[in-house]
Design a binder for this molecule. Structure first.
Ligand code: ZN
Length: 157
């Protein structure tokens, strides 16, 4: 389950629309003792990677996202310092539904590919199509199924 305040979800919707037709992305964190995740809007650096190295990064920002690892490290350190943790990640899909794709799964797994990098993280996927955010769905690792499954997204005012 992922819990977000409505104003924070609306910030993500705004970012998704502003960056269309590029995928937007960001990180979610949870402060100590808090229930609702905070959102950290990140820059999608996929196009830069693609320009520099198209063989290793064949996709552009239209079908992929990449969060600057330094930004992720900074947020992990910041969350841990205050007794919190990284609670999830989000990105948008351009002109296609909000589902957890094979690429999304691959990217969420460790290099070995058999364990998730962040086993407790929720992955929020927004679908942007025809100038609107059409859907938002949340996925998390299910240890029993050894796969990602849809989980509830709770939005409160
Ligand atoms: Zn995706």
């Amino acid at each position: 389950m992922l819990k977000l305040k409505r104003k924070d979800l609306e910030r993500l919707y705004g970012q998704a629309l502003a960056e269309y037709p590029a995928e937007c992305c960001g990180i979610l964190s949870l402060g100590r003792g808090e229930e609702y995740s905070q959102v950290h809007l990140c820059q999608n650096i996929q196009d830069r990677l693609h320009d520099e190295n198209p063989l290793d990064y064949p996709r552009t920002s239209r079908t992929a996202y990449f969060i600057d690892p330094r930004e992720l490290s900074r947020l992990i350190a910041g969350a841990e310092q205050s007794g919190g943790q990284i609670s999830g990640f989000y990105h948008s899909h351009i002109d296609c539904p909000a589902y957890f794709s094979a690429e999304d799964k691959k990217r969420a797994m460790t290099m070995m590919g058999d364990e998730p990098d962040f086993p407790d993280a929720a992955y929020l996927v927004l679908s942007v199509d025809q100038g609107k955010v059409q859907a938002s769905k949340c996925f998390a690792w299910d240890e029993g199924a050894r796969d990602f499954a849809e989980v509830e997204l709770v939005v409160a005012d």
